[in-house]
Design a protein around this ligand. Sequence first.
Ligand code: 13P
Length: 259
Amino acid sequence: MTDSIRIPLIAGNWKMHLNLAQSVELAKAIRDAAGDSPSEIAICVPFTALTVVAEVLKGSRVRLGAQDIFWESQGAFTGEISASQLADSGASYVIIGHSERRRLFGDTDEAVNKKLRAALGAKLNPIVCVGETLDERQSNQTFRVLETQMAGGLKGFAPADLASAVVAYEPVWAIGTGVTATPEQAQEAHRFLRRQAAKLYGEGFAAGLRIIYGGSVTADSVDGLMSQPDLDGALVGGASLKAPSFNRIVHFQVPSKAV
Ligand code: 13P
């Protein structure tokens, strides 16, 4: 299998930023600059901005995403949002198991697994996040953590069910710190994750699985990261909040990956 079967995905994660007017303005700037980028582009916005941003993106090639989901389909779950509600708002992507959800809100691998099932059931494209903390990296636990998070989060599906799933490698120590993983560090982790995917669901599945990198990606670091063979895109936090930097990331320059 070659890289060309995996269309790069550049996704912005706006986290808990921007009011509605700012959201509309940024979405328009991203939409208008998408042009002929070879990548798929998505922006994952706060729940409250989904419908207004959906309106901006209508008919464009920029996809809309949410940042979390709850696994039940409906009921007395105050504060939660279901898969069908997300789809109804115009979302086609959803981030699951972001390290901020794991660390601050207690999301476990089991919760990630249930959220993944709910997302796939509503035909949302899930972006499942995994990644080690600095302590775990420094104590040589990185591969063990990635293996556990992959196995726990992705367990119990048929390979075909997961065709739309994306895995995001987001080392916790690189998120919001300005310390980007080096292309080599990222490649090592991505290659490991692809091997885990092969163990879980076979070589064909693993070869087609998009594994994207997140953690202080900037306009300056994206080209080096994307030049690595197992990096299939980026999940961008801070640099996705300004149109010039995000648009440059969308138009990353790696000759061998330009389609
Ligand atoms: P930063 O790009 O701000 O480090 O955030 C990364 C991230 O958490 C994306 O989901």
